[in-house]
Design a binder for this molecule. Structure first.
Ligand SMILES: Nc1ncnc2c1ncn2[C@@H]1O[C@H](COP(=O)(O)OP(=O)(O)OP(=O)(O)O)[C@@H](O)[C@H]1O
Ligand SMILES: [Mg+2]
Length: 479
């Protein structure tokens, strides 16, 4: 109520009715006091409201601030997660983490690729069983590393080399490391990190083989040079003796004829006849030329081998150029003669129309050498199995339209159907330890297919024989 209106009412009451006035006055005073109290209360409530609003505004601002900090933190965590994911996925080594029950909890892409199996399938496996199913037989025997009961070994493998047959059917050499995952000093699981070292080992071996070949080549060239000089005068002297013996025989025949014409006394005749018998002149006349002829053939053979030794792995043939493959094959057949001559015949059917081929002759010689040695081993195995006494190796060359073809065939023990797809794998060998390294055909494949853009095909029947067909483009850049 407005103050002026209230005063107006009070004045009117005071002037007109005094008893009632007193009562009304008291009433008015009470009302006034109540009014003032009410007004004061309203004011307090308003103030409290304002304060409350201020506090709410303050707290809201604080909350908003907190919220945006939380959002920033969440974004940072997401970014870190993504960073971890990308890093994890781009590690070229396989990484698999296990919990203490052996369950796979983390697998990266490289692990899938190396083991030839998808993440989901890896997770379905117990890792130990997975690795054990892939280990080579000889590795299985010593698979202590996957013996979980020996926990210390299991969680602390350091550069352990394993050969596995991965689920994509490829034979791989892995280098495995493992270590425990700890949280507040308590072991929570194990992480395996493994590298696929197959190619690296193959390259190292190939390098070692070519270095060996190179040093053999250099050694052979040196020895060949040393042998060549004396061989030359031995050959000249044999020729000289051959001619001289012929002259001496001619001269002796003339002397004998003249003597017969002069008709010397009986005692002289007898003396001469006795000497003829004693020295067996008839025999010498026949056999000395034969002996000299054989010596001559022998010297020619030695000289051919020496020449081949010089030609084989000659440093000059390392670089690619146009080479006569037929000659390379003859050379290789010659230097391996000692390996095959007792157990096999080696037949060459070399196409005289073969064009020179753009290649590294050094490497092609190495391929032919590996193939001949494999054939020798296959024939040897068949002989030892009592299936025959002597085998045959045949090397044929042919000029085809776009390429030249080299066929290396043998009638040795052959390859079992189920092993055919593995023969080019590095380290695959059926030979006893120390005899074969399983590198020969892997190197041949690399030389023909990768280094010369050629092809290599295989055809084999167990107990019957094996045929390798090599096709090389006959000019640079063909295929
Ligand atoms: N001509 C062949 N006849 C039968 N089996 C063969 C023949 N060539 C190769 N093989 C088979 O292929 C496997 C692999 O051959 P590869 O030449 O790569 O290795 P290796 O001969 O065993 O050893 P290395 O050549 O390193 O001494 C051989 O162990 C053998 O089982
Ligand atoms: Mg071999």
């Amino acid at each position: 109520m407005n103050l002026a209106v209230m005063l107006n009412i009070i004045a009117r009451l005071l002037f007109f009715e005094s008893d009632i006035n007193v009562f009304l006055l008291i009433l008015l005073i009470v009302a006034g006091v109540l009014g003032v109290a009410y007004a004061l209360r309203v004011k307090t409530i308003n103030e409290l409201n304002r304060k409350l609003e201020d506090t709410v505004r303050e707290k809201t601002a604080e909350l908003m601030n907190l919220n945006s900090r939380l959002e920033i933190m969440n974004a940072a965590i997401d970014a870190e997660k993504e960073y971890f994911r990308v890093t994890f996925e781009s590690i070229e080594d396989g990484v698999i983490a296990l919990d203490l029950e052996g369950n796979v909890i983390l697998v990266n892409k490289a692990a899938e690729n190396i083991l030839g199996i998808e993440e989901e399938d890896i997770k379905n496996y117990q890792l130990v069983a997975l690795f054990e199913s892939m280990l080579e037989d000889n590795d299985k025997a010593k698979s202590k590393y996957f013996d979980v009961s020996d926990f210390d070994e299991f969680i602390s493998m350091k550069n352990v080399q394993m050969i596995i047959n991965a689920k994509d059917q490829k034979r791989k050499i892995l280098q495995v490391n493992s270590s425990e995952i700890k949280e507040h000093d308590a072991v929570q699981g194990v992480v395996f990190i493994f590298k696929d070292k197959t190619e690296l080992v193959a390259i190292e071996n190939q390098l070692a083989v070519s270095q060996k070949m190179e040093s053999i080549g250099q050694l052979a060239a040196g020895i060949a040079h040393e042998i060549n000089t004396p061989l030359q005068y031995v050959s000249d002297n044999v020729n000289f003796l051959d001619h001289s013996f012929y002259y001496v025989m001619e001269y002796t025949a003339l002397l004998k004829k003249t003597l017969d014409e002069l008709d010397p006394p009986e005692s002289v005749k007898k003396n001469i006849e006795d000497k003829e018998k004693e020295y067996d002149l008839e025999y010498l006349k026949e056999e000395v030329p034969n002996a000299l002829e054989q010596t001559h053939i022998g010297i020619q053979r030695v000289s051919r081998i020496v020449l081949s030794m010089k030609d084989f792995a000659h440093p000059g043939t390392k670089e690619k150029s146009y080479y006569d493959l037929n000659h390379g094959i003859e050379v290789t057949a010659n230097i391996t003669r000692n390996k095959w001559k007792y157990i096999a015949d080696l037949e060459l059917e070399l196409d005289p129309k073969l064009p020179n081929v753009y290649c590294s002759l050094d490497q092609i010689n190495q391929v032919i050498l590996n193939m001949i040695l494999n054939s020798v081993d296959a024939i040897d195995e068949k002989i030892k199995a009592g299936l025959y006494e002597k085998g045959t190796i045949r090397i044929k060359t042919e000029n085809r339209e776009k390429d030249v073809e080299i066929v290396i065939w043998d009638d040795g023990i052959g390859i079992k159907e189920e092993n055919m797809h593995r023969v080019f794998d590095p380290f695959y060998t059926t030979k006893e330890v120390g005899k074969g390294t399983g590198q020969g055909l892997a190197i041949c494949h690399d030389i023909i297919v990768n280094k010369h853009k050629g092809r290599i095909l295989i055809n084999s029947r167990y107990k019957e024989g094996t045929k390798f067909i090599i096709r090389l483009p006959n000019s640079e850049g063909a295929f």
